[in-house]
Design a protein around this ligand. Sequence first.
Ligand SMILES: Cc1ncc(COP(=O)(O)O)c(C=O)c1O
Length: 368
Amino acid sequence: MKKSNPWIQYIDLSKQFNEEKKLLLPKIEKLLLSGKYILSDEVEKFENEICKYQDMKYCVSVNSGTDALILSLLSLNIKPGDEVITQANSYVATAAAIKAVGAKIVFSDVYDDQTMNVEDMKSKINSRTKVILPVHLTGRMCDMKKIMRIARKNNLRVIEDCAQSIGSIFNGKKSGSFGDLGTFSTHPLKNLNACGDGGFVVSNNKKLSDFIKLRRNHGHLTREKIKFFGTVSRLDALQAVILNFRLKRLEKVIKKRLKNASIYKKKLKSLEIYHPNERKDCRDTYHLFVIQLKKRNELKEFLFKNKIESNIHYPIPIHKQKVFKEYPQFLKKTEKQSNEILSLPINQYLNANEINKVCECIKVFFGK
Ligand SMILES: Cc1ncc(COP(=O)(O)O)c(C=O)c1O
């Protein structure tokens, strides 16, 4: 009997767990038997390991990338009346965090490669602007050299949204190590992923990280005393066990994604498809492999008919969401890209044959 053609899935997290379970389950069992489920040694170990990985002084783990953003904005005392400049092509969480602290969301347009358009960002700075919040979407970093220069000149703080960019490098430095604060997500779909929600903030500023550390745990100085009223946004010890295990494998994951990306780049080069070039002293980590093309919807459908899953990150830019009522904005590139971007499957469990199959299918779509 002929074997049926299997799907090329965008992601299949069960493959990851199946590969890990022999080594990971005893660690989970040990934690469960210890009874230390809240802010235990495992959480501290994770924060210390991230400091080493990032070459940063401080790391505070929290319960999501969204809370990492909200707590970072609060640590900078951002409040109603303040303005924060970010990108509308991000996941909604970036803007939602600004909204959560009551500040005004101001969007900068982006370049062809989906990174923050620095000239547009600069033109939107005024006396109310307090923070620049670049998003290293897909794992490709914004031009942090220029952004930091503009921010420092205008006395502004910088929060890097690194939810999609752990391990990414710009000018030889890791994402999250340029700004005042770098925020990360360990959502199950991220390159460093937990089996549930999670996130963390990195910084070299003790005052800011101390604030976040207290704020995530009801402001507790000791069990009895609080410094201020805070909230609960702690990383579960159980997730920390999983993240400690997976952090050791992160570079392998990135290398596999880079390998898959290199096949795409080579095979799709001759087609009428846009994909950004590599830059010197930089490493894009390919949380997403995004191509841009006019016939995006048609290609997505064609791939699906050929049992290949693809995705759109994100089909509606944030300023075009119905709930965004602040003020009208025209973001030419962001809007154009939302109709042309397509994320191809690139996860570390896909082998060269499967990536080649996706490329062949795209070539057939283009009649090549
Ligand atoms: C760019 C970006 N920022 C923030 C977040 C929020 O992270 P979380 O889902 O962990 O709250 C995400 C997650 O998808 C993201 O992609």
